[in-house]
Design a protein around this ligand. Structure first.
Ligand code: 13P
Length: 251
């Protein structure tokens, strides 16, 4: 099974700096092959000027979409619009959106359904906050988020999605989960999915301060199928090294 390295550019870059970054990735061979799927998720404004990336082996994703398919929703973007611009993936339920826009597990599930209908693969984020981890509630939180997601989206939609475990305390802090911490949550997610009757292999990515220095150890874990990368995806050399580590994992 191929492994994923997905870059979440968040609200960064303009046309010229984005083109430079992509050129840097292509020059370093950080493109998809049969071992690794390389995806970048630029802000909406850059999608149109990035759409020839696919020909170069880098797939495109959106960072969010609306939970309705169209209509009077000023300032919003639908899953179909992302698909129309050449996106194959869409990040949903990122903790920054859950926190800043009160997105619930049910909202994320509805978006995932529409994304699948538009032909996109949802990359669904979940993860606990620092205080939830300190309270020993990590597994409870993950299970609650998964349950809400599956109830709203249905097993078929989740089975054809990618799930990213992103502990909130590790995002943008430089303090990644240890490979042991990440592996135990991934194993738990896998257990819950199997318990709910999932038969397909849902790729499970880790996200939160992934760098070229810690990627290899994370990728070596049996239940980690790749990474969702924030800050390090904005630096061509660093992101290309992460892709290299993914490529070097035994199949
Ligand atoms: P950082 O890699 O900057 O911690 O961000 C992770 C993230 O939020 C990816 O979606």
């Amino acid at each position: 099974m191929s492994c994923f390295v997905i870059g979440n550019w968040k609200m960064n870059l303009l046309q010229v700096s984005a083109q430079d970054l992509v050129k840097g990735l292509v020059d370093r061979g950080a493109v998809s092959d049969d071992r690794v799927s390389v995806v970048v998720c630029p802000p909406y404004t850059l999608l149109a000027c990035m759409h020839d990336l696919t020909a170069q082996g880098i797939m495109l994703g959106g960072q969010n979409c609306h939970h309705a398919s169209k209509g009077a929703f000023t300032g919003e973007i639908s899953a179909e619009m992302l698909s129309d611009l050449g996106c194959r993936y869409v990040i949903l339920g990122h903790s920054e959106r859950r926190r800043d826009y009160n997105e619930s597990d049910a909202d994320v599930g509805h978006k995932a359904k529409l994304a699948r209908e538009a032909g996109l693969v949802p990359v669904i984020c979940l993860g606990e906050t620092l205080s939830e981890r300190q309270d020993g509630a990590t597994f409870d939180v993950i299970e609650r988020q998964l349950r809400g997601l599956i109830d709203a989206a249905g097993i078929d939609v989740v089975a054809s999605s990618v799930i990213a475990y992103e502990p909130v305390w590790a995002i943008g802090t430089g303090l990644a989960a240890t490979s042991q911490q990440a592996q135990e949550v991934h194993a738990r997610i896998r257990e819950v999915l199997v318990g709910r009757g999932f038969t397909s292999h849902v790729p499970l990515l880790y996200g939160g301060s992934v760098t070229a220095d810690n990627a290899s150890e994370l990728f070596a874990c049996p239940d980690i199928d790749g990474a969702l990368v924030g800050g390090a995806s904005l630096k061509a050399e660093e992101f290309a090294k992460i892709v290299d580590h993914a490529r070097r994992q035994p199949a």
